[in-house]
Design a protein around this ligand. Structure first.
Ligand code: F6R
Length: 609
């Protein structure tokens, strides 16, 4: 939530900040602003709305400066409007701050600062930072910032600059992510690596309670006591091309189409075709440790939670280990019970989701083994777990998760087979046959994506409906949840995902000709049960769409429209059944003129509770 950026170097600062903010826009997009230093002046421009509105304003009245900071906002405290947009200034106007996170004790601080004579101009929590730095400033910006962060409570990644201590940007991380880019004579700070990739691939990841002082001659790192730190420089392999739309109308469509490759990349190098074994030593957790596992707890939010539900079926079926899947936002507040035989898996694309991170920290107090499944290398969750299994999905820019869902399922399938292997739960022949099925998936996904046009034609018939029901069972119940989530978050159509068996316990009351139902009904162990659901809906005049195997003749007469998928091992059907549902939601939303890549009220990386 919110993106921050800062640049110091010889190039023109405004275009670098604006281009950088565009790449951070997925983190929040209700208002934006930049501040640049020009001689002894700080020039600030803020607008309500997206970066395009900021660009327009800068085209009309350009700003010039030698270095600066920028921000794209997802409002937490204070309405989205120009006055609440960052950067925020102190009373003198000689200092600005951009902030991602929440200052929890801002109200008492604000009261005190007001009593001391400071004038507040916004409704934000962030403004207290500007006034505290002003209060403690005695010639050194970094010292004033160090003093300030000792008083604030909450989560923050901040970047501050001041004309009274010119030529530097001071950044601190405590919670939300912050990275520093080291270019040739130019330096950057940002919420993530995306804006930096076209300038440098040398990145330093700030840890919590660390500060960077960024100057034209280099960057100094320290802890919050002021002790100098020597930080590791990472060389990032993502390329700038990976965050381009490459001719697609939306990032979401591009990312849906990338899924076969993403699954290939996530499986690659982790299956030894010679021995027929899964190799996951790279996670940092040895087979010896996994042998002792008697229970798995998966913790996640949103789409990652749905991947966790699919993973539960994979692990239960293949490794025969009991699995609980938990919403991070609930689990963290529960009196949960864990012992040393538990493996806790945190699934998070961004690796920064506040609830998932907090749940992980609560879990760690009980000392179980922890493993994360993350897409962003070196993210907070990846760093805080005992081991990490990276999904190789590349950067996902569309706010609605698509390709990372498939990559998470691929990682979970590998993990389930690995656990089965370590615990001796599958004979070699069966394991090999599952591995073969897994390796066929990318090709089968391509077959489905080749039908995108016919899914588009179908979707266009449903653009004016207001409600949808998605039903699935067993391994496709999570797919029903995910299909409904995709539709509601990008098209704003109300949709519910339900396990088929629960329908008659309530939702069946909703069925009429205005409530179409999408049933996910591959030929699997619950196929007949799904056919019963279908009959019950038909009897009540409900319109039925079905995702089913292409060789299933029986289903054709029972529903109004079939979206065919190639047959595959039933356990792995979610890799295929998900794709038509993503495309269906995408085409409906695009036709309705919705902002597909940046749906209202959402942000990609939910770094606040
Ligand atoms: C929905 C979506 C969200 C995320 C959720 C968790 O399309 O993207 O529901 O899945 O916010 O995010 P991560 O995986 O980054 O922890």
């Amino acid at each position: 939530m919110c993106g921050i950026i800062g640049y110091i170097g010889p190039k023109s600062v405004v275009p670098i900040l604006v281009e950088g903010l565009k790449k951070l826009e997925y983190r929040g997009y209700d208002s934006a602003g930049i501040a640049v230093v020009n001689g002894d002046q700080i020039q600030v421009r803020r607008v309500k709305g997206k970066i395009s509105a900021l660009e327009k304003s800068l085209d009309k009245a350009p700003l010039n400066g030698s270095y600066g900071v920028g921000h794209t906002r997802w409002a937490t405290h204070g309405r989205p409007c120009e006055e609440n947009a960052h950067p925020h200034q102190d009373c003198t106007g000689s200092l600005v701050v951009v902030h991602n996170g929440i200052i929890e004790n801002y109200l008492p601080l604000k009261r005190k600062l007001k009593e001391e004579g400071h004038t507040f101009r916004t409704e934000t929590d962030t403004e207290v930072i500007a006034h505290l730095v002003e209060k403690y400033f005695k010639g050194s910006l970094e010292k004033a910032v160090l003093h300030t962060v000792r008083e604030i409570e909450g989560a923050y990644a901040i970047a501050v600059l001041s004309t009274q201590d010119k030529g530097k940007i001071v950044a601190v991380k405590s919670g939300p992510p912050a990275v520093v880019g080291l270019g040739e004579g130019e330096y950057f700070v940002s919420s993530d690596i995306n804006p930096l990739l076209s300038h440098t691939q040398k990145i330093v990841f700030l840890e919590d309670e660390e500060m960077a002082v960024i100057e034209p001659q280099g960057v100094k790192f320290s802890d919050l006591e002021g002790n100098v730190l020597k930080k590791k420089v990472d060389q990032i392999s993502w390329s700038p091309l990976m965050i381009e739309k490459r001719g697609f109308k939306h990032f979401m469509l591009k990312e849906i189409i990338e899924q076969p490759q993403v699954v290939r990349d996530t499986l690659q190098g982790r299956i030894s075709l010679d021995s027929g074994k899964i190799c996951l030593e790279e996670t940092g957790i040895s087979s010896k440790h996994l042998e002792k596992i008697a229970k798995v707890v998966i913790i996640a939010c949103g789409t990652s939670y749905h991947a966790g539900l699919v993973g539960k079926c994979f692990i239960e079926t293949l490794a025969q280990i009991p699995v609980d899947v938990e919403f991070a936002s609930e689990y963290r507040y529960r009196d949960f019970i864990l012992d040393e035989k538990a493996l806790v898996i945190v699934i998070s694309q961004s690796g920064e989701t506040a609830d998932s991170l907090a749940a992980l920290r609560a879990v760690k107090e009980k000392n179980p083994l922890s493993l994360s499944i993350c897409n962003v290398v070196n993210s907070s969750i990846a760093r805080d777990t005992d081991g990490v299994l990276y999904t190789h999905a590349g950067p996902e820019i569309g706010v609605a998760a698509t390709k990372t869902f498939s990559a998470q399922m691929a990682a979970l399938a590998l993990l389930a087979l690995h656990l089965a292997q370590v615990k001796g739960r599958l004979d070699e022949k069966t394991r090999l046959s599952f591995i073969e099925d897994l390796l066929r998936i990318p090709h089968l996904m391509e077959n489905i994506l080749n039908q995108a046009e016919s899914i588009e034609d179908l979707a266009l018939k449903f653009i004016s409906f207001s409600h949808f029901l998605y039903l699935g069972r067993w391994v496709n119940f999570p797919v029903a949840l995910e299909g409904a989530l995709k539709l509601k978050e990008i098209s704003y159509i109300h949709a519910e995902g339900y396990p088929g068996g629960e329908m008659k316990h309530g939702p069946i009351a909703l069925i009429d000709e205005k409530m179409p139902t999408m049933v996910i009904v591959p030929k699997d162990r619950v196929y007949d049960k799904m056919l019963s659901n279908i009959s019950e809906i038909k009897t009540r005049a409900g319109y039925l769409l079905a995702v089913a195997f292409e060789d299933d003749k029986e289903i054709q007469d029972r529903v109004d429209k079939v979206i065919p998928i190639p047959p595959i091992n039933p356990l792995f059907t979610p890799f295929l059944t998900t794709l038509p549902l993503q495309l269906f939601a995408y085409y409906i939303a695009a036709k309705r003129g919705a902002d597909v890549d940046q749906p209202r009220n959402l942000a990609k990386s939910v770094t606040v509770e």
